[in-house]
Design a binder for this molecule. Structure first.
Ligand code: UDP
Length: 258
């Protein structure tokens, strides 16, 4: 899949420029925290929302999978003694808090939005229905997918890969908090860590690089979903959606790749 591949036949006119017709944006819970240690920073959410609105106005259909790590992580709670599956369900509910905050910020900026949840919370969100999500996107609505995959032992990265495939997104945009792409080490701990402008899914899996977790990466690899990893900084979401090369591009290997 590429920025130039055509989806016009089944999804409407698409973007005016060379950008993607449809993308899946993955936002971690942490990316909504701003400088806080916990929860949601309203100004940060508003900044992200304004970029998402810009992407939509430029003609790219955009769906968002939001994480919940700013409130809760199942793995951490399980390490502290809680039953893992129960903790993971709590984590899924945490993503809903973020989805509603994001929805609110988007609607205050005039966007039309729908939250679809993978666990039933009918008072606040639609259930996840693939065909309905696609219809919303075709109508120019921003669709926010909450509650991950709806299953414990998974992450919202895997939800991003899964939903991207289900809605036929051309790329996953992974907006990262505090890092501008993929490195061969932890750039915060190791000053010698090298930035990797491009790599394959398999290289990321084999080298344990921090793009997404392995389940999510292998799903993307098996289905040829490209991933753009970049820093959540001013204008980058819109840049990536326009098809500009920023950060690291993760693609499947071509024949001449080593
Ligand atoms: N989670 C889950 N299944 C899913 C997605 C999420 O059980 O399909 C739970 C899991 O406990 C995870 C938490 O929800 O720790 C928050 O999601 P994640 O850690 O992926 O959020 P992020 O790191 O993106 O903020």
């Amino acid at each position: 899949m590429s920025a130039t591949s055509s989806r016009e036949a089944d999804t409407g006119p698409g973007p005016a420029g060379p950008g993607f017709a449809r993308v899946l944006l993955k936002l971690s819970g942490e990316s909504l925290m701003g400088d806080r240690d916990y929860g949601v920073d309203p100004r940060t959410v508003e900044t992200i929302a304004s970029e998402v609105v810009e992407v939509g106005r430029a003609g790219t259909e955009i769906a968002i999978v939001v994480g919940g790590g700013n409130f809760y992580r199942g793995l951490k709670a399980a390490a502290e003694g809680m039953d893992r599956a129960t903790a993971d369900y709590a984590g899924m509910l945490a993503t809903l808090l973020n989805a509603l905050a994001l929805q609110d910020a988007l609607e205050r900026l005039g966007a039309q939005t729908r939250v679809q949840s993978a666990v039933t919370v009918s008072e606040v969100a639609e259930p996840y229905i693939r065909r309905r999500a696609i219809r919303h996107l075709e109508k120019g609505r921003v669709v926010i997918f909450a509650a991950g995959t709806g299953n414990p032992f998974f992450t919202t990265d895997t939800a991003a890969a899964l939903r991207a495939l289900e809605i036929g997104a051309e790329a996953i945009l992974m907006a990262k908090h505090g890092v501008n792409g993929v490195y061969d080490g932890d750039p915060h701990a190791d000053p010698g860590a090298r930035f990797l402008p491009e790599l394959t899914h398999l290289q990321a899996i084999e080298r344990g690089l921090r793009v997404m977790d392995t389940t999510a990466l292998s799903l993307c690899m098996d289905n040829g979903v490209e991933i753009h990893v970049f820093e959540l900084a001013d204008g980058n979401i819109a840049r990536a959606a326009r098809g500009e090369r920023i950060g690291t591009l993760v693609t499947t290997a071509t024949d001449d790749d080593g």
